[in-house]
Design a protein around this ligand. Structure first.
Ligand SMILES: Cc1cc2nc3c(=O)[nH]c(=O)nc-3n(C[C@H](O)[C@H](O)[C@H](O)COP(=O)(O)OP(=O)(O)OC[C@H]3O[C@@H](n4cnc5c(N)ncnc54)[C@H](O)[C@@H]3O)c2cc1C
Length: 401
């Protein structure tokens, strides 16, 4: 991966920045934080769909997609867009996250023309997707999945259980992995499907998290029929297709997240450190706090350059893993420091605004939430193995590890 400093905005992006700034002043909903704190599921979903439609109207919803499908923004302009949205404290796109990143990347890389034409415009119209990869016995070892799909004429019959499917409660469609050849070696018997969540036999059960939300769900599949036309890629080659989905999760999503951390999360951390505590002292006046802040800011600058470089060139086999590992562990360090500096006051904030993503300014909840990112799309341990094996060419992990 090349770290391209030219991907960081310069004079040439000034016009675009002014345009986005003017748009944000007009369109970022006022008081959305208070309206989204303690909001019901219905209010959250309606708000997310509305905000997505507003962004879409301006051409800002899917800047990373190819031009012919409604995107085509340069990397430098994407950086500007994400910076301005963060600086204007715009809501995050939480609900359509899997749709615009994972589903779109998979369809673009491996979908048929009919699948793309059916779903990419629908995603722009608000179709919501979830990802059904993990199972009770198959997380890091995803190839151990046992959900079974048996071909019967022009459709497959699917039985099994998925776990930790983010946003499944509100999803219209699911990216589904199921085993089509039980006799083949683990990775060779898996196929990739587009599952209509309204199909008979699909049951979704939300899981309550430590933060009180129910962001992810179990999905039970009982004799669910999926038409053969909803297979992505050839039968039994789902493992290869799944790498496209995971690549999006580990890489492309990070550009926006890095800018949010740099232009949303970090300035709030600075504010927190400038505020006098009950003893009248400002944390910032302690040189150890100032040192930690300086170190974090340096790391965030590095992350932003890494992400911009990744979007410009992600040909290295471990590039996506490097970006994901660095972002997720840095996010934890920033939130950990916020929770520490915020003291007792932040320990008593028990609710955060929905639609705010991972840096809501509610430091303890954000700290708990920050652990989310080191797990999905492959845990930090798995990313380190990928970097070692594919990036550095080290000997492969022994079988059964
Ligand atoms: C916020 C969040 C959202 C998620 N969203 C989705 C989703 O939308 N769809 C979906 O399908 N899944 C989703 N997941 C599930 C996620 O992909 C799995 O949790 C993840 O792959 C880890 O699997 P596991 O939980 O079974 O843990 P395990 O695989 O059991 O791992 C347990 C621990 O062992 C370590 N470990 C395991 N194998 C190795 C190894 N070979 N070498 C070194 N260490 C190892 C892991 O790093 C981890 O620390 C989500 C998870 C989270 C936290």
């Amino acid at each position: 991966m090349t770290v391209v400093t030219s991907a960081v905005p310069d004079q040439a992006s000034d016009d675009f920045r002014s345009e986005v700034r003017a748009w944000c002043r007009e369109n970022v909903p006022a008081q959305w934080r208070s309206a989204q704190t303690g909001a019901s599921d219905e209010v959250f979903v309606a708000f997310q769909k509305d905000w997505f439609a507003t962004l879409r109207g301006a051409g800002y919803a899917v800047p990373h997609w190819p031009k012919e499908w409604g995107g085509g923004m340069s990397v430098a302009d994407q950086v500007v867009l994400y910076q301005e949205l963060a600086a204007h404290d715009a809501p995050r796109l939480v609900l359509p996250f899997v749709s615009i990143h994972h589903a779109a990347a998979t369809l673009l890389a491996a979908g048929t023309e009919a699948q793309r034409s059916r779903h990419l415009p629908a995603i722009l119209d608000g179709e919501i997707w979830c990802q059904g990869f993990s199972e009770p016995g198959a997380g890091s070892d995803m190839a151990a999945l046992s959900t079974a799909a048996r071909r019967q004429g022009d459709h497959y019959v699917v039985n099994g259980q998925k776990l930790w499917a983010s946003g499944a409660l509100h999803a219209d469609w699911c990216l589904l992995l199921a085993r089509t050849d039980p006799d083949a070696p683990k990775r060779h018997g898996i196929s990739y499907f587009l599952l209509d969540m309204t199909s008979p036999g699909v049951e979704v059960r939300p899981i309550r998290q430590a933060t009180g939300e129910s962001h992810f769900c179990e999905i039970f599949l009982n004799d669910v029929e999926i038409p053969v036309t909803q297979l992505v890629g050839p039968e039994n080659e789902g493992w290869r297709v799944a790498q496209e989905t995971l690549g999006a999760e580990r890489g492309m999503t990070m550009l926006e997240l890095a800018e949010r951390l740099g232009h949303g999360g970090f300035p709030w951390l600075l504010d927190l450190c400038r505020r006098p505590g009950p003893d009248g002292e400002r944390p910032l006046d302690d040189s150890r706090v100032a040192d930690r802040l300086a170190a974090l800011e340096t790391e965030i600058t590095g992350l932003r350059l890494l992400c911009a470089g990744f979007v410009a060139d992600h040909s290295g086999r471990a590039d996506a893993s490097i970006v994901k590992l660095y972002y997720s562990e840095l996010l934890q360090r920033v939130m950990d420091f916020g929770a520490e500096v915020g003291g007792l006051e932040v320990q008593t904030q028990l609710r955060k605004p929905l639609s705010s993503g991972w840096e809501s300014g509610n430091w303890v909840l954000d700290f708990i939430g920050s652990w989310e990112w080191t797990i999905p799309g492959g845990t930090s341990e798995i990313q380190r193995t990928i970097i070692g094996e594919r990036g550095l060419g080290l000997p492969r992990e022994p079988k059964g590890a």
